[in-house]
Design a protein around this ligand. Sequence first.
Ligand code: AMP
Length: 176
Amino acid sequence: MQPVSLVEIERSIRNVPDFPKPGIQFKDITPVLADGRLFGAVLDHLLEGIRPGTIDKVVGIDARGFIFGAAAAAKLGSGFVPVRKKGKLPWTTHEQSYELEYGSATVAVHVDAVQSGERILLVDDLLATGGTAAAAVALLEKLGARIIGVNFVIELGFLDGLKRLGNHPVRSLITY
Ligand code: AMP
């Protein structure tokens, strides 16, 4: 079978103007998910250079980060940990708030989800301003995680989200 290029994946991402509010160009990855060949290729690209046995847990960010993160974890043979929006996790959590354009948001992780020193790959579908990913990184650092990589399918480069992620190794497959 022909390998799938990033260009082909990019062509399948649907741009939805003015969703969920005016001015936002929403990057809809559902057409990629619906095509097994493309979904598999995104996972292959996301995990390029990462050998099985080098990541203890993949952490996915609510909600589309769960889709890529859980599939990546299964492929690596690693555990999966969800970072969720506040109020969704049933056990004791650490919480981290961050600023949005209007107001703020809070993400949470179970206090026992990651052990100190565990090697973590953080995954989300899209890096915009970086607030969400930076909050997830702060939670993981609180747990003593070693963040091996922060991988995104899409990066909106013009929003400078990279700046919020410090010196962590960040990789994005497709940049706008
Ligand atoms: P941010 O915290 O600004 O980096 O926003 C990243 C989070 O918001 C990710 O979990 C994305 O799923 C979501 N997001 C932000 N902007 C977009 C967009 N234009 N299209 C799709 N998802 C977005």
